[in-house]
Each structure stands twice: as structure tokens, then as C-alpha cells.
Design a protein around this ligand. Structure first.
Ligand code: NI
Length: 257
């Protein structure tokens, strides 16, 4: 049994066949999905998906690239929605310096604000961090992320930096990139990570694993990621599935099997 801890089934890439894909997941061994909200609109659609499908859960938050127009009213709305039974985390939130907009000060402000929100409502966080490792760590330390907990989703930094996130009690989200031929850095990180801190994720519709790289991703591709982690760790695929499922349930106790 596999839990996809990070997907975007609200994305328009699934407009044509969303129901077909979601209903087909269980027969491929994917029994739970956490849909990750990234904008206000995506959060609303995430809540709808959790109402429509018993196996879909949600994380609710605003992605750094969508923080441009945020207000305190939005934070109050998020705080209220976070009480929903199937809301398992605040996210995805974070910093993305690959893009120039919104300006860094604004991204930092709303990252810190949403970390505080998570602490107030007692939920873990899903962190998106791209080309912003130092500021991410600094803000996490300033906001006592070690008391919040969560996952660094789609981890893209070095093995050495992973230590800093592990020390704060965080999990590391691993997806399709680990199967790429040029994914050596991530393979080294996986080799280093304790098995009980790894979460499986797709980031669908993005980042399809080999051999589907470049095509639309969905949770049915996760077995390729399981196979690669099993190879790197020298354990069986069953063990990878069992341990990563236990990890997801430990971080997200609101998920029911
Ligand atoms: Ni995402």
C-alpha cells in the first residue's frame, strides 16, 4: 500500500479525466492521496476533492509564488478550514527564489506567517523550498519549526543540508526526480536519509519518474520511485511501502486507513 503525500489533482492537467485517474488509483496500490493546495482557488478545489473522494486528504496553504495578494483575511479563512477532519497539514508554503516574483521580502513574510498559523492550529507544514535553503532554515529556526513538524517536499538540496532539516524533526519528500539519470545528488541524499524520515510523493502533474519523464505525472507512477528507493537502500519494495506508509500516518494522524 502506497500513500501519495503530495499531488495536485485540482490542476487543469486533470480536467479531462480526473475522476477516471482517481478512481483507478486503488487498483494500482495507491490507497491514499494528500492533495496539496497552493493558491486560494486550489485550496477550495482541494476541499471539494476531499469531500468527493474518501481516500483524498488535503493540505491547505499558499505557495510562495501565490503570496502576492495575500491578506490577513485569507489567513483567517485558512485557520478556519484547517479544522476540517480531512485537512492534514498547512501547505504548501515556503520560498521560491527561482522566480523573481513576488519579491523575497513578501515571500518571507507569508512563509513566516503561515508557519505561525500552523503552530497556532496544531498542524504540521508542507514546505516548498527552491534555491532558498539558507533563508528557509533561518525562518524555520526563528519560528520554532521543530515544534511544528512537517515535510520538505520535493527535496532538492544536498545530503549535508538534509541533516539540518532532519535535526528539526522534519521528513523529506521523495518523488520522480530520484529515478532520473542526472538525479545523482538526490540518490546520494536518499542513501543517507534514515528510512523512517522518507515520504513518497509525486507532485503530480509534475515530475514524472522514468520512463515517463516529461509526460503528465499521476500517483500510478509511484511504484517506479519505490523500486529506485528499494535499490538504493538495499531493501525490498514491500519494506519501502510499509515504512513510508507508517511515516505518512505518523506525520498525518488524521489519515484513516
Ligand atoms: Ni506541489
Amino acid at each position: 500500500m502506497i500513500i501519495d503525500t503530495h499531488a495536485h489533482y485540482d490542476d487543469k492537467a486533470f480536467e479531462e479525466d480526473r475522476n477516471e485517474v482517481l478512481e483507478g488509483l486503488a487498483s494500482c496500490g495507491i490507497h491514499r492521496v494528500v492533495n496539496s493546495g497552493s493558491s486560494l482557488e486550489a485550496c477550495k478545489r482541494t476541499i471539494e476533492l476531499t469531500e468527493q473522494y474518501p481516500f483524498v486528504y488535503g493540505s491547505l496553504g499558499i505557495h510562495p509564488c501565490d503570496t502576492g495578494d495575500l491578506t490577513e483575511d485569507h489567513m483567517n479563512w485558512l485557520a478556519r478550514q484547517s479544522g476540517l477532519d480531512k485537512c492534514v497539514a498547512i501547505g504548501e508554503i515556503g520560498l521560491d527564489y527561482y522566480w523573481d516574483e513576488p519579491e523575497r521580502q513578501l515571500q518571507k513574510k507569508w512563509f513566516a506567517r503561515q508557519l505561525r498559523l500552523a503552530r497556532e492550529v496544531g498542524l504540521p507544514v508542507v514546505i516548498h523550498s527552491r534555491e532558498a535553503a539558507q533563508d528557509t532554515l533561518d525562518l524555520m529556526r526563528a519560528e520554532h519549526a521543530e515544534r511544528i513538524g512537517g515535510v520538505i517536499h520535493c527535496y532538492s538540496y544536498s545530503r549535508e543540508l538534509a541533516r539540518d532539516f532532519l535535526d528539526m524533526g522534519f521528513y523529506i519528500g521523495i518523488g520522480g526526480v530520484v529515478t532520473f539519470k542526472n538525479g545523482r545528488k538526490l540518490k546520494e541524499t536518499v542513501e543517507y536519509l534514515p528510512m523512517d524520515r522518507i515520504l513518497l510523493e509525486t507532485d503530480s502533474p509534475y515530475l514524472s519518474p522514468m520512463p515517463n519523464r516529461g509526460r503528465r505525472n499521476d500517483s500510478r507512477n509511484l511504484p517506479s520511485v519505490v523500486t529506485e528507493i528499494a535499490r538504493i537502500k538495499g531493501i525490498t519494495e514491500d519494506e519501502v511501502e510499509r515504512i513510508t506508509t507508517e511515516n505518512a500516518l505518523r506525520l498525518y494522524p488524521r489519515i484513516r486507513l
